[in-house]
Design a protein. Structure first.
Length: 254
């Protein structure tokens, strides 16, 4: 019996070692992003694959521009909507995570009360709100660049590790520049320049505060919840909220 247990322990240790080695070998080398723009992202590749699976011709509209050619209005609007403490935190906004957790608990309590299950309400927070509300620009970039959209503990751990190295390898300006050039702004529309041209027929450098807030309002779900074709009023409501926060956001010094 002891020999069997010892053998199983060795097998488990060997498998764990192989797993660690694999993760180390395949872990993204984010330092290269200091000088090299990513040619594609996990998000873009996922969308291209989805289009092919649906029998559609994949669409990708994207034009990389330096941060200096992206309107400060858009920079502020995006941070107002996604990560107002971007300049101050180290990749993780713990206050935002706490607020998101509390919001999730309140929403869960409300739903549980409606369903007549008040006893368990405070133990089952709405984790979808927790994920979104506590996610910084750096975390979103880590996921966008390298990870899938699956919601597992393993993916969140890897996201945290990549975020840590992004923050320590790149400046805040570079993180923001990459983020604004790769995020999704509609079906096949990626980056600030493509979004500005698609929705306003102008360069990203010339966006007004209203236009910038409109684009920022779409970021959480540009294909569905905040798709301006499907839900224009939702986009407009979020646009108004973001506009009120523009003057309270600090931009990184570049």
């Amino acid at each position: 019996m002891w020999r069997i247990i010892k053998t199983l322990a060795l097998v488990v240790l060997a498998l764990f070692t192989l797993f660690v080695v694999y993760e180390v070998v395949t872990f993204p080398r984010v330092a290269g992003l200091r000088t090299k723009n990513p040619e594609t992202t996990s998000m873009i590749e996922t969308r291209l694959r989805e289009a092919r699976e649906q029998g559609r011709e994949p669409r990708r509209v994207q034009q990389w521009v330096p941060l200096a050619r992206i309107s400060p209005n858009l920079q502020r609007a995006v941070l107002a909507g996604e990560d107002s403490n971007f300049v101050a935190h180290d990749g993780f906004d713990y206050e935002a995570i706490q607020r998101a957790w509390e919001a999730g608990q309140k929403e869960a309590a409300k739903e549980a009360k409606q369903e007549g299950d008040e006893e368990s309400a405070w133990w089952i927070p709405d984790l979808s709100k927790f994920r979104r509300g506590g996610s910084t620009v750096s975390q979103q970039l880590a996921k966008n660049l390298y990870l899938s959209s699956e919601r597992t503990a393993a993916r969140k751990i890897k996201e945290a590790a990549i975020t840590y190295f992004l923050e320590r390898s790149l400046s805040k300006c570079r993180i923001l520049e990459i983020y604004l050039n790769v995020i999704e702004w509609g079906d096949g529309v990626y980056g600030a320049e493509a979004a500005a041209q698609t929705y306003f027929r102008k360069p990203a450098a010339n966006l007004t505060p209203q236009e910038a807030a409109y684009l920022s309002a779409m970021i959480p779900s540009p294909l569905n919840v905040f798709n301006p074709q499907k839900n224009p009023r939702r986009v407009q409501r979020r646009q108004r909220v973001i506009l009120r926060g523009l003057n309270h956001v600090r931009l990184p010094q570049c």
